[in-house]
Design a protein around this ligand. Structure first.
Ligand code: NAP
Length: 256
């Protein structure tokens, strides 16, 4: 018997087989969930389709979260195939590369708006679009954050501000949809080498510090995140909402 038997999960943010969202999709499938995937634009469809096929995900739909129209179209497409949705996973972030190096003081108005729009606002917009489908008991939403939303890290810059907004949105959303029985949480993951992480200047330096200072003396893997996502999105976490849960081998508890 799987932890997610009979549940339906839509997962946003699989770019390739290194994506955190991909490990989550695989773990959810393993535990019995039916999976739908979305991808950012036509150019990415070719990359996603073989991954979707390998986990028997029959619903693969485009959704560029910058567009309200895309979000509406994606969730109406989903509602034509599924009469209810149990789990929404949002594993999406973006900032212009120029903003992820140098001084935070140089953050541009446009760069700030882009990072906030794609990395924070989109979670609100997607949950709003998903909510009419999330009617079954135990429905839940999950997003991905990073410690750079709570403390200052070199080069993380505007993405840190976006993650702070995302984490606070988790709390406000948890309150907004809690009366409907929907839980909302975030995982704050330690650094993992993915496409998105490659955009952050000095990523290797950050990963090196975590390896030497984290209580468990190693970096986390996508599977570590996926296993915690499994807990948070299953009925095991039925009393947990509005949380930002660290999956970082304990790095965040260290002062010096
Ligand atoms: P990833 O594989 O590059 O995933 C990022 C995803 O965001 C990609 O699938 C990307 O799609 C998608 N995306 C960007 N702009 C989009 C848009 N406008 N519309 C729809 N999708 C869009 O990297 P990842 O590390 O797994 O990142 C997933 C999440 O984990 C992010 O929120 C990230 O901040 C968070 N996180 C990562 C780390 C880490 O060290 N890797 C640590 C903590 C938290 P395309 O590539 O197809 O555009």
């Amino acid at each position: 018997m799987g932890l997610l038997d009979g549940k339906r999960a839509v997962i946003l943010g699989v770019a390739n087989e290194k994506s955190i969202a991909w490990s989550i999709a695989q773990a959810f499938k393993r535990e019995g969930a039916e999976i739908a995937l979305t991808y950012a634009g036509e150019a990415f469809e070719k990359r996603i389709q073989p991954l979707a096929d390998s986990i028997d995900a029959k619903i693969v739909i485009p959704c560029d979260v910058r567009s309200d129209e895309d979000i509406t179209t994606a969730f109406s497409a989903l509602s034509r195939q599924w009469d209810s949705l149990d789990i929404l996973v949002h594993s999406i972030a973006f900032a212009n590369k120029d903003e992820l190096k140098g001084s935070f003081l140089d953050t541009s108005r446009e760069g700030f708006a882009t990072a906030m729009d794609i990395s924070a606002y989109s979670f609100i917009a997607c949950l709003r679009a998903a909510r009419p489908l999330m009617t079954a008991p135990g429905a839940t939403a999950l997003t991905l954050s990073y410690y750079g939303g709570q403390k200052v890290f070199p080069n993380y810059n505007v993405m840190g501000v976006a993650k702070a907004a995302l984490e606070m949105s988790v709390r406000y959303l948890a309150e907004a949809v809690g009366p409907d029985g929907i839980r909302v949480n975030a995982i704050s993951a330690g650094p993992i080498k993915t496409l998105a992480a490659a955009g952050v200047g000095g990523f290797n330096q950050i990963a090196g510090v975590v390896q030497s200072k984290a209580p468990l003396r190693k970096n986390i893997t996508q599977e570590d995140v996926a296993n915690s996502a499994l807990y948070l999105c299953s009925n095991l976490a039925s009393g947990v909402t509005g949380e930002v849960h660290f999956v970082d081998n304990g790095y965040n508890i260290i002062g010096l």
